[in-house]
Ligand binder design. Sequence first.
Ligand code: CAA
Length: 387
Amino acid sequence: MIATGISAISFYTPHRYIGLETLAEHHGIDPEKFSKGIGQEKIAMPGHDEDIVTMAAEAAKPIIDRYGADGIDTVLFATETGIDQSKSAGIYVHQLLGLPANCRNVELKQACYSATPALQMACSYVARKPDRKVLVIASDVARYDLDSSGEATQGAGAVAMLVTANPTVLEIGANSGVFTEDIMDFWRPNDRRTPLFDGKYSTLRYLNAMTEAWKDYQANGGHAYDTFSHFCYHLPFSRMGEKAHGRLAKANKTPIDMDKALSGMAYNRVVGNSYTASIYLSLMSTLENTEGDLTGNMIGLFSYGSGATGEFFDAKVVEGYADHLFTKRHQDILSERVSVSYDEYVALWNAPNVVDGTSEPLAEEARGRYRLARIDENKRIYIDQHA
Ligand code: CAA
């Protein structure tokens, strides 16, 4: 069987964040509740002219610059925070990046999970068409109501992955374990900007979905627990990953080795939740923050989307993978950010909600190349500031 998987992986997150100690001070609570109890340090905050499209284009651009667009005939855009009920956000990105016109383009939705079926479908497709490439993008702005229990678990970010035959970074295994149950742990009706959720219940269903997906992975011929050097989890907040890691070790009657999950949490702790992008941010964090050569190592991944679907699958690190990473760029993106005060955070949180068809120019706040310049008669106008 032909090997398929990821040949490049890149992320973007906006340049503003609120430190969780600032949020703790405002609410008059112990900052360790966030740094230890939730395991988070910062919440990325997009400007009013940044959204899932601009973040996606920023994430994918370095891949196109390095590898070109030749052979890309499919864009799969995964998001939980879509900006249009009809048009795929990927079509805007396709135009901003100048991808070939002979390209299919579709948006996928299932809460935080949809980038994983996108990746799996992309692998199946390039196995059938090894000369083609698929751009898989996961991009989300995780927003909860101010003063809600989810407030500390907000964030924003995008991950772009180039999926090919004979991949140069990670081979995605053909076996996976899946689980679906119809529950209301976290959902967002069409008229709401922020989700409704039952926080504690959602953490319990997450753990159950992981255990069930793991059992299915084993039943489908998956690798044994000891095979894996690292594990990556969907990380709404990093303590969720610690809980998942503990539960998986227990299910396998093995002592918990937290080192196998910690390098995969470094980026997520300072970005916050990025819904569909979260597990792939964790994957990148593992590749870019683990000391030593990971060639040949097996990574186990658990993807979760409320509602709910879970999938456990595996990835094998390919020799020479480090040459295809964007580690320096990612470190710069994170280190060159600025913190905002509580009042500035509230102003950013209250993004203009243009619903009446009027024209709304948006303040120039984005640091990156791509901006949502205005919303004109309900049409979103994106610009490339370098064009
Ligand atoms: N120092 C250290 N730890 C402290 C502390 C302090 N001063 N004060 C509290 N803590 C600990 C608590 O003991 C608790 O630890 P355990 O989880 O080990 O019990 C932890 O901090 C959290 O505190 P609370 O139990 O008081 O919980 P909370 O009311 O703050 O809510 C939450 C936590 C339910 C996760 C909430 O953040 C939430 O609702 N988040 C949104 C939903 C979510 O992310 N769900 C995750 C699963 S669903 C999913 O994954 C999809 C998705 O992306 C949304």
